[in-house]
Design a protein around this ligand. Structure first.
Ligand SMILES: *Cc1c(COP(=O)(O)O)cnc(C)c1O
Length: 388
């Protein structure tokens, strides 16, 4: 599909998302599926992803902060729940409670402020209390538990304790096995201590994608699934571990499908004689007579300079290389070996063309990065198109 407003576009596949959610539901059993959409839905775009996910059966979303919550609020239906996992400013507490947004609490001051806000507007605050188990980032410390219980019990009328939760420090890698298991054990202990004090939430939760896939015991009542729902594995190790553990070859092939493709088109062709340099400086010299095509994608679009002379794209069902330095708004590709190449031909940066595919993971590797980071560099201004 051609887009006349912008020079490249991102397609989001509804069938791939549906497939991923169904597959993940088989792995998480009866646990509640909370779809993590921080970082603009991992670069997919909150405003496109949220309605799409709802159509695929999702009814709970988690964001990082109040500004992301405000964005999600605009695009979600009334039936879906919203949870802020990270920061919420003091002056946004009333707003969150009024809008029925659940939020995380990881220190006692914020708990007290929440109680004041809830009391002032006579509406219960929906809270998920984060417990420190060894990540050492956020979470209520063990020596604060007594105070926590006291404040909670005294003010339970103003609080709806929806969650008690923790987050693991790297369940995607077996190098962290010991630390993750210690956190898991610690969480179970804390859960017991608080249960005896009548702090019993609706959901205990601890698992992100990698924990749910690699440590099924961490699944509990709710899972916070980010990267896997978009069809990407948290890392190569998790892919390998899950392929081995689910032996069945056929299922293995199709466990997760990337929902995102990124496409553009050729916007100019040029013949360059052997010996000439291409683009800025002397990064690429033609070692034969070349046909060079320009594509309107550059580092301002998240196609970084690290890809200079290195990345590949698909044109006419063939893999062709980026040559020279990636520019701010455009890049050059070598199409000398293609037959019948012309202006307007589709160029696939990420995704499939014919039986060839460029995965997001390979794109990330060429950027010396990980999927998470590279995804969030895709600018919101690139149009998103929902496909079947
Ligand atoms: C981002 C995040 C998740 C989701 O992580 P994935 O690895 O993408 O599944 C879950 N929990 C918390 C607290 C997070 O910040």
């Amino acid at each position: 599909m051609r887009n006349t407003i912008y020079h490249s576009y991102i397609e989001l596949s509804k069938s791939a998302l549906k497939h991923n959610i169904n597959y993940l539901k088989t792995r998480i059993d009866r646990a509640k599926f909370c779809s993590v959409i921080k970082g603009n839905a991992y670069g997919h775009g909150i405003k496109y992803f949220v309605p799409l996910a709802e159509k695929c059966g999702i009814d709970m979303f988690a964001v990082y902060d109040a500004s992301e919550a405000a964005e999600a609020l605009k695009f979600k239906s009334d039936r879906s729940d919203l949870l802020i996992l990270g920061f919420i400013d003091k002056d946004k507490l009333v707003w969150a409670i009024e809008n029925n947004i659940a939020f995380s609490i990881y220190d006692l001051d914020r708990l007290k402020e929440t109680i004041t806000a809830a009391r002032n507007i006579q509406k219960k605050a929906r809270i998920h209390i984060e417990l420190e188990t060894g990540m050492n980032r956020t979470g209520i410390e063990t020596d604060q538990l007594e105070d926590l219980v006291e404040i909670y019990i005294k003010n339970a009328d103003h609080l709806d304790l929806e969650g008690l939760w923790t987050h693991y420090a790297g369940p995607e890698s077996s190098a962290n096995y010991f630390r993750v298991m210690q956190q898991y054990e610690r969480f179970l202990e804390l859960k017991d201590i608080l249960r005896k004090k009548q702090m019993i939430p609706r959901y205990y939760h601890s698992a992100c994608s990698a924990a749910a896939l690699n440590y099924p015991q961490t699944i509990m009542d709710l899972v916070r699934i980010g990267i896997a729902q978009y069809g990407m594995w948290p890392n190569m190790e998790t892919l390998i571990y899950n392929s081995v553990n689910n032996g069945d070859e056929l299922r293995r092939k199709d466990q997760l499908r990337s929902i995102l493709s990124w496409k553009t088109r050729i916007e100019g062709l040029k013949k360059v004689k052997m010996g000439n340099f291409i683009g800025y400086g002397n990064y690429y010299q033609a070692s034969r007579d070349l046909t060079v095509a320009i594509i309107p994608v550059g580092y301002s679009h998240g196609f970084s300079r690290d890809l200079s002379n290195k990345a590949h794209v698909l044109v006419n069902r063939k893999k062709v290389g980026i040559i020279g330095i990636v520019n701010m708004n455009c890049s050059l590709i070598d199409v000398t070996d293609l037959k019948n190449v012309s202006n307007g031909d589709e160029v696939v940066i990420i995704g499939k063309q014919g039986n060839k595919r460029i995965s997001f993971a390979s794109f990330s590797e060429q950027n010396y990065g990980m999927n998470y980071e590279l995804l969030t560099r895709l600018p919101d201004k690139i149009p998103r198109i929902i496909t079947r």
